[in-house]
Design a protein around this ligand. Structure first.
Ligand SMILES: *Cc1c(COP(=O)(O)O)cnc(C)c1O
Length: 544
């Protein structure tokens, strides 16, 4: 992460590569990766590079300006653009080898003239309107357009590489009708003597929902960023990994008493004494002002904290509740990301706004620094444990799988059962106990009873930074490390396991500061949800 930046959209390149590769395997055809609108807000260059590495054969943008900006950024892969203003400069397109989606005879002629001036052959694909009533050649133009394309191809001025159209997503019957018209167009194109290499109709939604619409190529935007194009289906349901994690930090804390008004207009008034955290993220950065009071949360130290009070242009406020005693200025905040890692999904914002996830990511503001991450793609598994004994059992099973060098990062609210779980891990590893809450020490080493590695139990929450841990001079390579509250604080590299324990909502609300040494076995028996995520090659097949 770029240091000093308060607002970061962390873009997972491994996620984009994975998503493109997944779509290629699913469809068996070519993939055009759509990276218009700054890669749907993810950063067009990052998205371009990762998509090509994942196996995309062509990059798609709307405007020629976007295509040229990618060339300026050093992207040499094939690019197509398809939405042209009256004053479009096809000379620049030809000069920079940008393929053109052609919707009109006049565009075809201007492109051919530009190619002639440059002494080159221009690549193009015909863009057809099969029922969206938007951009694209209308059916009554097709014959003339194709015939002229064939003549220009014979003359060596253009190469017609493909033919495409866009669906209205208006239901199966409408899809069928568009497909039928598209098939007629393909037929006509072949009659005119043009054999297209790429034939494409499906964008993200149809790629997943309608295999019969995939032809030999799909043209996907949303899905390469790991977001679901289908209502009622999550990214994980479709085998996709969300690429954007929106991060910020706490820049101020304020302890307030019950009855205190918060932010503009006092439309939130604290019901009880609490601590507020100030987050430098506002509506200019893409956080919709209407999220205020909607129940939307951000994640801090694994805990969901509600956004309260009106959202400003540059900042918003969260109610930290009991967590207020544990956090400090500078602590990381996740606004949304991959929900399988326990943070809110972007869809939460979209739902509140009555819009689609597309609009939220595309609207992330320019002050938000896009930072590429090579953090490996994760495999996530979930389980429910109904009883502390089951939590312990899970720990024992996990402990038996761990070897020297493994890192386990544990996150969960007070009393969630982190110590119970670690005690189980210790038993599975066969180390000397007793394993207790590490709250009053930075790190405790439990020596091995047999031939296995020792266990180092860390309270990362007490660390100012990772260097403090290095100063302790512990043998991490030769040990298994379990770090409580370590998510995002440790220098996670290579492979590691992240475990998030969630309590049922509202549970533990009565805990006071004295409860820090409580563990699950002391509290009432409540079920827990455990989200286990394995990062990196070591855990590629899952943790459990
Ligand atoms: C934006 C766009 C796409 C990509 O759509 P997704 O739903 O994001 O996959 C494909 N084709 C055209 C013509 C587009 O404008």
């Amino acid at each position: 992460m770029r240091t000093g930046s308060m607002r970061v959209a962390e873009i997972s390149l491994p996620a984009i590569r994975h998503n493109v590769q997944h779509i290629r395997e699913l469809t068996g055809g070519q993939v055009i990766a759509v990276i218009k609108a700054n890669g749907y807000g993810h950063g067009a260059s990052f998205a371009a590079t990762a998509a090509i590495e994942g196996g995309a054969t062509l990059l798609g943008v709307a405007d020629l300006e976007e295509a040229l900006a990618l060339r300026d950024a050093g992207i040499t892969a094939p690019i197509i653009c398809w939405l042209h203003g009256a004053g479009v400069d096809f000379d620049a397109a030809v000069e920079h080898d940008i393929e053109i989606g052609v919707s009109h005879l006049s565009q075809l002629d201007s492109l051919a003239q530009a190619a002639h001036r440059a002494g080159k052959t221009a690549n193009l694909q015909f863009k057809l309107d099969t029922g969206l009533s938007r951009n694209g050649a209308s059916p009554d133009e097709w014959r003339d357009l194709f015939a002229r394309g064939a003549a220009l191809e014979t003359a060596g001025q253009v190469r017609v590489r493909g033919i495409f159209s866009h669906l209205a997503n208006a239901g199966e019957a409408a899809d069928r009708q568009q497909q039928q018209r598209f098939d007629e167009a393909i037929e006509l194109l072949l009659e005119c003597g043009i054999e297209p290499e790429m034939v494409h109709l499906a964008a993200s939604a149809a790629t997943f929902a309608s295999p019969h619409l995939r032809y030999n190529t799909v043209r996907v935007g949303m899905a390469i960023y790991g977001l679901s194009p289908m209502a009622g289906k999550t990214s994980a349901d479709l085998g996709l990994v969300p690429a954007m994690t929106l991060r910020s930090e706490i820049v101020a804390l304020r302890h307030i008493s019950a009855g205190t008004g918060v932010s503009y207009g006092y439309n939130h008034v604290a019901q009880s004494d609490t601590t507020l955290g100030l987050i430098p993220f506002g509506y200019a950065d893409g956080m919709p002002r209407a999220l205020n009071g909607s129940g939307a949360t951000v994640t801090i130290a694994g805990r969901h904290c509600p956004i309260v009070g009106r959202i400003g242009m540059d900042q918003c406020i969260v109610d930290l509740g009991k967590l207020g005693k544990k956090v400090t200025v500078g602590d990381p905040v996740v606004l949304f990301g991959d929900p399988t890692s326990g943070v809110p999904p972007v869809e939460l914002w979209a739902e509140v706004m009555g819009t689609i996830n597309y609009e939220i990511v595309a609207g992330i503001g320019s002050r938000v620094v896009r930072v590429a991450s090579e953090r490996p793609v994760a495999t996530t598994q979930k389980l429910e444990v109904a009883h502390p004994d089951a939590m312990h059992e899970f720990g024992v099973r996990l402990g038996r799988r761990l070897v020297a060098g493994d890192l386990v990062v544990l996150t969960g609210p007070l009393g969630a059962g982190k110590t119970t779980l670690t005690r189980g891990i210790g038993e599975g590893l066969e180390v000397r106990g007793p394993v207790t809450s590490p709250t009053f020490v930075l790190a405790r080493t439990h020596p091995a009873l047999g031939d296995g590695p020792p266990l180092i139990h860390v309270d990362a929450y007490r660390l100012a930074d990772a260097h403090e841990l290095e100063d302790l001079d512990l043998d991490f390579e030769g040990s298994v490390v379990v770090a409580e509250w370590g998510a995002g604080l440790l220098d996670e590299q290579g492979s590691w396991v992240e475990i998030v324990i969630e309590r049922p909502t509202g549970a533990g609300a009565g805990l006071d500061a004295d409860a820090v040494t409580l563990d699950m076995s002391d509290g009432p028996i409540e079920p827990r949800r455990i989200v286990v995520t394995g990062y990196g090659p070591r855990w590629a097949g899952g943790v459990l």
